[in-house]
Design a binder for this molecule. Structure first.
Ligand code: ADP
Length: 247
């Protein structure tokens, strides 16, 4: 699937993303080659992991706590560097990036965490818009993107609420909106349903699938077997830092 990923009602952004996509001929968007991560204290995060993810894929990464799921995502967004091997995302060799080039990479990735990581004294709209302010988007452009993004996660009626006024499921949908307002081609979600009940988990999953259908490449870590079974998407499993392909 190679559809451009953009919020509804956003034709200009669609073109921009489409032309970016056009510069990358390879269908592979993420590639890990012989990746080992050993932390300074000697803990092993990953061991000789090889993985290819195609543009437009939706992939679950499962495995018990401590298996290396977060490590895998951190290597993808450059929060950790591999001890050995290469982590490639689009044209970036992630482990070798620093400074401005690392910031550029991060604009290509939306990230969702289990604990939402919202700014408590900012409204829903401000939380979502913050990432665009930080990237120097104009006020007009931010306004143009805000409403379609809020609608996409079903929170247009909560735009002026503060995080503490929202349920856990709603907070997670704010964090999803924040992750996607910059229309990144890659969306990484680290245990996004870890704090949610089954209904809210399903809702978050539906939104992730919708974003995937709009063209985003999505990687979701989870230890929620039910969620994985319900979604009928490809799965890889991590155990003790080893990756097992299951599709
Ligand atoms: P998961 O997300 O599957 O629970 P993690 O990727 O968080 O697993 O952790 C994999 C292994 O790496 C665990 O043994 C964990 O203790 C270790 N680890 C993770 N982060 C660090 C860190 N910053 N320093 C040292 N060890 C770490």
């Amino acid at each position: 699937m190679t559809t451009a990923f953009a919020p509804p009602g956003n034709p200009k952004t669609q073109q921009q993303v489409a032309s970016n996509a056009g510069t990358t001929q390879m269908p592979v968007i993420i590639k890990l080659q012989g990746v080992t991560k050993t932390y300074p204290n000697g803990s092993r995060g990953l061991l000789d992991v090889n993985l290819e993810v195609n543009r437009g894929d939706f992939l679950f990464v499962t495995g018990p706590s401590g298996a290396g799921k977060s490590t895998l995502l951190k290597l993808l967004y450059g929060a950790e560097r591999p001890t050995q091997g290469d982590v490639i995302l689009e044209q970036f060799n992630v482990g070798k990036l620093r400074g401005d080039r690392l910031s550029l990479l991060r604009r290509r990735i939306g990230i969702v965490f289990q604990d939402y990581k919202l700014i408590p004294r900012r409204t829903v709209s401000e939380n979502i818009a913050f990432v665009l302010w930080a990237q120097g988007f104009t006020r007009k452009e931010i306004q143009r993107r805000l409403l379609p993004t809020l609608k996409l996660v079903g929170l247009q009626h909560k735009a002026d609420c503060f995080p503490e006024e929202l349920s856990g499921g709603e907070q997670q949908r704010v964090s999803l909106a924040r992750a996607i307002i910059g229309t990144p081609p890659v969306l990484l979600a680290d245990e996004p349903t870890g704090n949610l009940d089954p209904d809210n988990s399903r809702q978050v999953l539906r939104i992730l699938k919708k974003l995937n259908a709009m063209g985003a490449t999505v990687i979701v870590t989870t230890h929620d077997e039910q969620l994985v079974q319900m979604s009928n998407q490809p799965v890889v499993q991590l155990r003790d830092g080893h990756l097992h392909q299951e599709f």
